[in-house]
Design a protein around this ligand. Structure first.
Ligand code: NAP
Length: 486
């Protein structure tokens, strides 16, 4: 059926999610699709993160778009550079670059008369019918608030802003943090550096996950039999989503127990020195913080030139890090593996919806959305990876593609002329968010006895508290009665 209304769509962010959306919207016949990207290159998190040892700990064969299967992944968990190359290839193969406007950070979105006026750092970009935010989740680096940080006279940088001009060879290197990033870096650099000090505030659970090369004959087999690669995807997805992810949200107690036992075993068997083992022993449930997958970390932290520092950091001085026991850990390089603020979304832009209300005002008591996708009073503005999206040990590409499928159906209502504005009802959205709050206590994020980046500043866990199957079901088709008739 021909469109009753010809739409224009602005997409924010040329990471994997934004590129996928742009390709699908253009291929569905929308003539004006513009992708605004604040940086000078595409790739999002895979552009920003280039630290040594970076791999995606989601199995490679789950980390792909349905329309761009990849038989060539080199390892069980592929390196960041390979994923960046994959995203770039998807963009190139689908002529997505011609839709991207680089160096264009969106600074303002203003809704007026059923259209969004878009302003970027390059100035006024005109009006669009629909805006899709694909700004990513782990995007805003967090710098620790440690006295004297600026006084350090060696090289100091955040893991997501790796300074490749600095050689670590033969240097005394400090790593602050014990998350997935720090663990991967420690495994990758320990043999190069003179001395490595890892500053741990909280020990982490580490699942022993060998990262094996994919044999050339297996790649050839996937190339010749794409249907088998697709079957493997389904099987991996079922294992991850119905086993692991269901365990984390409190829906598979047996699987959670197995995860806990597996992690404990990898600590007990992987670390010889009882004193070090005790320091690495978490006192909360596995899965409470995002689970770390690595077979390199325990061997690395036991090397003679590595030290796990568990005394709290007191301050940073020109020569290194001073811990509370009074000791100065002299360093040449300090790497801040202190994570990201995943709750910022579009906070840096002025987003003015219906009735002049801004998104920051609407979210002043916490971010919320209808089914992770859209917000009352901000019509025709849709989020990929929006509030309470499944985050953690999921394939973001899988999540984003599911969300896009739903957004596409909402955009379809506009194209077919069934609605002029797509706005979820305020009371339905409030009820949905209450159901999230009600379900959260059963998840291990909330019940496991830890602090993590899943929590927002109001003490709410900002993830999807149900199974991935429910996520897929909720986003399978819009329930029209949940939207304003307009
Ligand atoms: P993170 O998990 O948030 O870890 C931050 C670390 O910094 C924690 O150990 C934290 O300690 C520590 N920290 C923060 N402020 C500190 C301070 N002032 N003093 C001392 N320690 C401090 O960050 P991340 O490792 O960058 O990982 C973030 C997320 O990125 C991951 O959970 C994952 O989703 C994603 N990621 C994925 C992969 C992958 O392979 N797919 C790889 C890397 C990252 P506390 O625990 O005590 O707060």
């Amino acid at each position: 059926m021909a469109d009753k209304r010809e739409l224009s769509v602005a997409i924010i962010g040329a990471g994997a999610g934004g590129i996928m959306s742009a390709i699908k919207l253009r291929d569905s016949g929308i003539k004006k699709v513009v992708l605004f990207e604040k940086a000078a290159d595409l790739g999002g998190t895979w552009r920003d993160n280039t630290y040594p040892g970076l791999v995606c700990d989601v199995p490679s064969h789950l980390y792909r778009f349905s329309f761009a299967p990849n038989p060539d992944w080199s390892q069980t968990f592929s390196p960041g550079s390979e994923i960046y190359a994959y995203v770039r290839k998807v963009a190139e193969d689908n002529n997505a670059e011609e839709m991207i406007r680089y160096n264009s950070e969106v600074t303002k979105l203003e809704y007026n008369d059923k259209r969004w006026r878009v302003t970027t750092t390059q100035g006024d970009q005109g009006e669009f019918d629909v805006v899709v935010s694909a700004v990513g989740i782990l995007h805003h680096p967090v710098y620790p608030d440690i006295p004297g940080l600026d006084s350090f006279k060696g090289d100091c940088f955040h893991s997501a802003r790796w300074n490749h001009d600095v050689s670590l060879k033969g240097k005394r290197v400090g790593i602050i943090g014990t998350g997935s990033t720090a663990v991967q870096i420690v495994g990758a650099i320990v043999d190069d550096v003179a001395h490595l000090s890892m500053f741990q505030r909280t020990p982490q659970w580490v699942m022993n996950a060998p990262n094996l090369p994919v044999a050339e004959e297996d790649k050839a087999h996937y190339r010749a039999h794409p249907e088998e690669m697709s079957a493997m995807y389904d099987q991996l997805a079922a294992t991850m989503n119905h086993g692991f992810a269901a365990a984390i949200v409190g829906d598979n107690a047996m699987a959670l127990e197995k995860i806990q036992e597996g992690c404990q075993q990898s600590l007990d068997q992987g670390v010889q020195d009882p004193e070090l083992r005790a320091k690495l022993q978490p006192d909360y449930s596995a899965g409470c913080k995002r689970l770390i997958m690595s077979d390199r970390f325990y061997p690395a932290i036991q090397k003679p030139n590595a030290e796990l520092v568990t005394d709290a950091i007191e301050s940073i001085e020109p020569e290194g890090v001073r811990t509370r026991d009074g000791r100065l850990h002299a360093l040449d390089v300090l790497v801040l593996c202190t994570g990201f603020d995943p709750h910022r979304f579009l906070a840096d832009a002025e987003v003015v919806g219906r009735n002049g209300q801004t998104l920051n005002e609407a979210w002043s008591q916490g971010n919320y959305a209808y089914k992770t996708i859209c917000v009352p009073n901000f019509p025709n503005l849709f989020f990929l990876g929006g509030p309470n999206s499944p985050i953690g040990n999921f394939s973001y590409l899988m999540t984003a593609e599911r969300q896009f499928g739903y957004i596409e159906k909402l955009i379809g209502l506009l194209r077919e002329g069934k609605l002029e504005e797509v706005t979820p009802k305020a009371d339905v959205t409030a009820a949905f968010n209450q159901s999230i709050k009600d379900a959260m206590p059963q998840t291990v994020w909330a019940s496991g006895g830890c602090q993590s980046w899943y929590y927002d500043r109001f003490g709410n866990v900002a993830s999807w508290p149900w199974t991935f199957a429910k996520f897929e079901e909720d986003l399978s088709a819009p329930a029209l009665q949940d939207f304003e008739a307009a």
